[in-house]
Design a protein around this ligand. Sequence first.
Ligand SMILES: N[C@@H](CCC(=O)N[C@@H](CS)C(=O)NCC(=O)O)C(=O)O
Ligand SMILES: N[C@@H](CCC(=O)N[C@@H](CS)C(=O)NCC(=O)O)C(=O)O
Ligand code: FES
Lengths: 104, 104
Amino acid sequence: QGTEDTVKKTVGGHPVVVYSKTWCSFSSEVKYLLKSVGVEPFVVELDQLGPQGQDLQKALEKLTGQSTVPNVFIGGKHIGGCTDTVKLHQEGTLEPLLVEAGAK
Amino acid sequence: QGTEDTVKKTVGGHPVVVYSKTWCSFSSEVKYLLKSVGVEPFVVELDQLGPQGQDLQKALEKLTGQSTVPNVFIGGKHIGGCTDTVKLHQEGTLEPLLVEAGAK
Ligand SMILES: N[C@@H](CCC(=O)N[C@@H](CS)C(=O)NCC(=O)O)C(=O)O
Ligand SMILES: N[C@@H](CCC(=O)N[C@@H](CS)C(=O)NCC(=O)O)C(=O)O
Ligand code: FES
């Protein structure tokens, strides 16, 4: 469907993509974490896109099984949410993923 | 104003009150923290109250200066948000406050 294609193009076209909401502290946390390791994510603020934001969130759920924000992709691969990304960082595997994706 | 009185009655009438939103992970985190130290907070889910939820959130901002959720009160006193409450717990001062308020 059109919106799913949009998502695939986006996550394929940027090393790091975060689907986010501007008012959400978990979204802020993951964006801040990525910047703190020297990466500038491509951010899609779903709450600022009107009805298209809801379509994107539904498409993301179809594609990844995840209905929540933040929704993080690295190198086109679905990583998960805030907790998942923080866990990878605590395990030391986040930065290697980012290097491999050409994000840093 | 009427809504500010409602807030004052609520926070005066329960040892622990959390103004929350059901979809918000920071709200979930603070509710879970309080339960983990043996306290059952009185929870007001602002997103489930329709327009009254927005009135309450505005009243809380007038009364506390805090426009965000979660908004935590212990013993009728404004404590802050999720980060503030977690910090008190890390400093060891959360549980004494709860005991003093008669919450546990
Ligand atoms: N454990 C997940 C929690 C994700 C979550 O519950 N996100 C909330 C916002 S904090 C959400 O998407 N709620 C529904 C919505 O905003 O549409 C994570 O770490 O990302
Ligand atoms: N540092 C604050 C952050 C509070 C915050 O930014 N809350 C967000 C939700 S996570 C909020 O209220 N956004 C505006 C809204 O939902 O009306 C805390 O720890 O509670
Ligand atoms: S909306 Fe509060 S943490 Fe996401």
